[in-house]
Design a protein. Structure first.
Length: 315
């Protein structure tokens, strides 16, 4: 079968290629999926450029973690899945998964039924971003039983635009930052207030929130948004000095999260999608042969929502 592969670390156009590899089989506890679409994320381009592990995230010269497609075989011990089922997953993360290929074997525990309301492209684009947002809100203690104020820094990005919607679905009053050109779009996803991330006076006027979800690098929350007990959850990390400053403001917890594959949580995300409460915004779709261009789009820093690669439009 055909699979994407790196020849080594470096620029996308120079190191991304394709090779013929042996098709995988569905082992015990696994499901074999015909790949329809694969979402790209910042971690994909960072690990390609570096050519080595990123902490717990395992490097492989065969890329891909997000996937949506159709079940073609079921391994021993697997129940609940049948040939022909439409599924999506964040496969094996942070271990290598090799989803940018025509076929991929996925642990059954990582899978969920793809939302009926979404296209294959949307389902393929969603898993890592949606699970990151879901798990960030969980880490912040934001549940449907709580009347909370949530600030999302980077409300138009891949994780940010999902976090806005999930926080709203959990009943929160949602404030998000975005550039002026993207503010109407972020508001359409449910943000109660959208603030220009460069407007210092507007940021200073936000007031204390219960949780801050930080999706952009090298960014501290506005001082006024953090009070005693404000949860500050980052997906990019803080320096030791930044973390100490946040704790001096009263932030608790201050935590960096690394997303984990979780089929049960994806099933809950799919239910929200089918109820019309969650959408995935596609910035751009690329064909499989245009994988290098797709990664370059992610690296541009101008992405709104998600970039997705269509491996097989009929899967």
């Amino acid at each position: 079968m055909r699979a994407a592969a790196y020849t080594g670390p470096g620029r996308a156009a120079e190191v991304i290629g394709f090779r013929d590899v042996e098709a995988p089989a569905a082992g015990p506890g696994e499901v074999l999926v015909r790949v329809g679409a694969v979402g790209l994320n910042p971690v994909d381009v960072k690990i390609r450029a570096a050519g080595h592990d990123f902490g717990a995230i395992r490097y492989s010269d065969r890329p891909g973690w997000d996937v949506a497609g159709t079940v073609v075989a079921v391994g021993d011990g697997v129940t609940g899945w049948a040939v022909g089922d439409a599924v999506f997953a964040l496969a094996r993360f942070p271990e290598a998964a090799h989803t940018l290929a025509e076929l991929v074997a996925v642990p059954a525990a990582d899978l969920a039924a793809a939302p009926r309301a979404w296209s294959t492209a949307q389902a393929g684009a969603a898993p890592l971003a949606a699970l990151t947002a879901w798990q960030a809100l969980d880490a912040a203690g934001i549940g449907a039983d709580r009347d909370a104020r949530v600030l999302v820094l980077g409300g138009a990005g891949g994780v940010g635009h999902v976090a806005v919607q999930l926080a709203k679905a959990r009943g929160a009053f949602v404030i998000a930052t975005a550039s002026p050109a993207k503010q109407d779009l972020v508001a359409s996803w449910g943000a109660d207030e959208v603030i220009d991330y460069r407007d210092e006076s507007a940021l200073a006027a936000i007031g204390a929130v219960d949780a801050v979800i930080v999706t952009v690098s090298d960014t501290l929350p506005p001082r006024g948004a953090v009070d005693a007990g404000t949860a500050v959850i980052t997906i990019t990390g803080f320096s030791a000095a930044q973390e100490a400053e946040l704790r001096s403001w009263g932030a608790d917890p201050v935590q960096r999260i690394l997303v984990a594959a979780n089929g049960a949580q994806l099933a809950e995300i799919a239910a929200l999608a089918d109820a019309g409460r969650l959408a995935v915004h596609l910035d751009a779709e690329f064909g499989f042969d245009a994988l290098a261009a797709a990664q370059e789009r992610v690296e541009s820093g101008r992405v709104t929502g998600k970039v997705v690669v269509i491996v097989d439009p009929d899967a």
